[in-house]
Design a protein around this ligand. Structure first.
Ligand code: ACO
Length: 503
C-alpha cells in the first residue's frame, strides 16, 4: 500500500484537493475526520465534477466524494485486496487499522505481485475422477441400469434380444430404430452381405500389417487396417457428409470389420484369407473367415448370442471415445480407430484372455481362494470381475454363463466352480465394492469353446461393438456439439519466469 495516504477534509474545495493530487501524483484522496475515512475522492469523481460546470474554487469535496468507502484491514492478504478491487471495479481502497486510516492500496501497488489465477467459468462443474456417474449426453440407443442388472437396446431387453433374435436384426434395430419385419430382414441381409468383401485397394496391404511386430497383437493390426480402409473408401469428415452417407459408410465398416479381423489373423498364421460366404449369417461367416471351417450350428449360434449381447453398452470407454472423436467432425474411420484403441486396454475389452489365463493359473477349484487372496494382496486385479456401472450381477455374465454351460467343457466347469469363491473373497477383501463377474469372465470360455484362440477374443468383441460405435457416431453427428471438457491446473502457479537459454 501507499502510506501515509494523501488525505483531505470534507470542506476543502475541489480546486485545493486537485492541486494536491497532482503534486503528490496520486489518483485519489481519502477524506478523513479524526483519522477515520469518511469518503474517497478519485479521478473519476473529478471528471464527473468537471462535466457539471460547477466552480472548483467553491465546490466542497464532501459534496463530490463517495461516502462510506469500502476498506480493507491492514492485516488483510494482498489477494483479498485484489478481489475487492477486481470484483467492485475500484482502483483504490483505503486501508484501516482499528478503523483508522493507515494507507491506500491501489491497482498500481498490487500489479507487481499479481498472479494469473484460474478463472472460474460460470456453470463450470467439478466431475469425479474417471467421470463416474456423470451424464454427458442424451441417447436413444440404449441404457445400462447398474443397480438393477439390466440393459437394453432401444427399449428391448438386450438379453432377450440375444436369446430370440439374430445379429442382423439387432444391427437393423440400432441403425434404423426398429427390429425388422420379415421383408425388412431379407432386404437388410441382402444389402449388407456384399459389403463384407475386402476393397481391392486394401487387400494387398494386409500381409504387411499382419506381419509387423514380434508378437501379433490383432487389435493393433486391426486399427491400422481400419485406418487404411477408411482412406481407401474415401470417407470424408462426418461434418461434411449427409446422414445417409454416414450410415452407408457405417454399414460398410460394420460389414467389413469381421473380414479384416479374419484376414489379418490368418495371414499372420501363414494362411490365405478366406473369402466371405454369402450363404452364412454374419456370425457364422465370422467363424468361417477366422477358422476356415464352416462352424457347427451351436457354435455359430453361441457366438451370435455373444455378439448380440456386446453390441452396445451405454457410454463405455470405447463408445465415449468414438463420440468424442466424431464430435470434432472427423471421419468415421478416425472414430473407429480411436474406439479400437480404447477397447484394447486390459481394463476394458482386453480382459477375457487374461480371465482365461487366470483360470489356467488357478488350475483347481481348491486353489482359487488362495490365488485370489495373493493377487489382491499384491495389488493385482481379478480379470473379468467388477464393473463401473453394475453393482450387481452383470446380465451379460449371466447369459454367457448359460452359454458356457450349454457348450460344456472343463473350462466352463472350472469357471462355474470358482466364480462364487472369487465373489466371496472379493466381498471380504473389498467390502462394499460389489464386485461380481462381468461380461469378460465367461466370454473367453465361450469363445474358446467355439474355436477362437485367446488372441481373437478382443477382436471378436470389436466385431460386434463396431455396430454400437457406429450407431453412436451417427447419433452424435445428428445433434452435435464438440465434446470439450476442462481440467483443473494443479501445478505451481503461473506465470513462472521463462529463463533465457544459456549462452
Ligand atoms: N479385482 C480386485 N479389485 C477390484 C477389481 C477387481 N477386478 N475391480 C475393482 N476392484 C477394487 C479396486 O481395487 C478398488 O478398491 P479400493 O477402493 O480399495 O481402491 C475398488 O474395487 C473400486 O475400483 P475402481 O477401479 O475404482 O472401479 P472402477 O469402476 O473405476 O473400475 C473396472 C471398473 C475397471 C472394470 C474394474 O472393476 C477392473 O479393473 N476390473 C478388472 C478388469 C476387467 O474385468 N475389465 C473388463 C470390464 S467389462 C468391459 O469393459 C467390457
Amino acid at each position: 500500500m501507499t502510506s501515509p495516504a494523501v488525505t483531505a477534509q470534507r470542506d476543502e474545495s475541489i480546486a485545493q484537493v486537485a492541486v494536491r493530487m497532482d503534486k503528490e501524483r496520486v489518483g485519489c484522496v481519502v477524506v478523513v475526520e479524526d483519522e477515520r475515512p469518511l469518503g474517497i475522492l478519485t479521478e473519476r469523481d473529478i471528471v464527473r465534477f468537471a462535466s457539471s460546470g460547477a466552480d472548483p474554487a467553491s465546490a466542497p469535496v464532501g459534496q463530490w466524494m463517495t461516502e462510506g468507502p469500502d476498506t480493507v484491514a491492514a492485516t488483510s492478504e494482498a489477494g483479498e485486496a485484489i478481489v475487492c478491487l477486481a470484483e467492485r471495479g475500484y482502483r483504490h481502497v483505503p486501508v484501516v487499522d482499528d478503523g483508522r486510516l493507515v494507507g491506500v492500496v491501489s491497482m498500481r501497488n498490487l500489479m507487481p505481485i499479481a498472479q494469473v489465477q484460474p478463472m472460474h467459468h460460470p456453470g463450470e462443474v467439478e466431475a469425479p475422477k474417471g467421470l463416474a456417474g456423470v451424464v454427458v449426453a442424451d441417447t436413444e440407443i440404449g441404457d445400462v441400469r447398474g443397480q438393477e442388472g439390466f440393459y437394453h437396446y432401444r427399449q428391448h431387453d438386450a438379453r432377450e434380444l440375444a436369446e430370440r433374435r439374430s445379429l442382423e436384426d439387432v444391427w437393423h434395430l440400432l441403425f434404423f430404430g426398429a427390429l425388422p419385419d420379415g421383408g425388412q430382414r431379407a432386404a437388410f441381409v441382402e444389402a449388407v452381405e456384399p459389403l463384407r468383401t475386402l476393397p481391392d485397394a486394401v487387400r494387398p496391404l494386409l500381409p504387411a500389417i499382419a506381419s509387423i511386430g514380434e508378437t501379433f497383437v490383432p487389435l493393433e493390426a486391426l486399427r491400422s487396417a481400419v485406418s487404411l480402409t477408411s482412406a481407401a473408401l474415401g470417407f470424408r469428415p462426418c461434418l461434411d457428409v449427409s446422414a445417409e452417407q454416414l450410415r452407408d459408410d457405417a454399414l460398410r465398416l460394420c460389414a467389413l470389420l469381421p473380414t479384416l479381423i479374419g484376414a489379418l489373423f490368418r495371414l499372420r498364421q501363414g494362411l490365405e484369407p478366406v473369402e466371405p460366404d454369402p450363404e452364412l449369417s454374419h456370425a457364422a461367416n465370422y467363424l468361417w473367415m477366422v477358422t476356415g471351417k464352416v462352424p457347427e450350428p451351436e457354435h455359430a449360434r453361441a457366438i451370435e448370442q455373444y455378439l448380440v449381447s456386446t453390441v452396445d453398452h451405454g457410454f463405455n470407454v470405447s463408445t465415449f471415445t468414438a463420440r468424442v472423436i466424431s464430435s470434432t467432425g472427423a471421419d468415421l474411420g478416425a472414430s473407429l480407430v480411436g474406439a479400437i484403441g480404447a477397447l484394447s486396454g486390459p481394463l476394458h475389452g482386453g480382459a477375457p484372455s487374461r480371465a482365461l489365463d487366470m483360470l489356467d493359473a488357478i488350475g483347481e477349484p481348491e486353489r482359487a481362494e488362495a490365488w485370489i487372496r495373493n493377487t489382491v494382496a499384491s495389488g493385482g486385479r481379478i480379470m473379468g470381475f467388477g464393473h463401473r456401472v453394475y453393482k450387481t450381477e452383470d446380465p451379460r455374465s449371466a447369459l454367457l454363463r448359460e452359454l458356457a454351460e450349454r457348450l460344456g467343457g472343463d473350462r466352463a466347469a472350472l469357471a462355474r466352480r470358482v466364480e462364487q469363491t472369487i465373489v466371496d473373497v472379493l466381498a471380504e477383501l473389498k467390502p462394499g465394492r460389489e464386485l461380481h463377474a462381468n461380461v469378460e469372465f465367461y466370454a473367453g470360455v465361450v469363445m474358446e469353446r467355439c474355436g477362437l484362440s485367446p488372441e481373437m477374443f478382443t477382436p471378436t468383441f470389436a466385431a460386434s461393438r463396431v455396430i454400437g460405435w457406429c450407431a453412436n457416431v451417427m447419433e452424435q453427428a445428428s445433434d452435435n456439439r464438440i465434446i470439450r471438457p476442462s481440467a483443473r491446473h494443479v501445478g505451481p502457479p503461473p506465470p513462472q519466469p521463462v529463463p533465457w537459454p544459456d549462452e
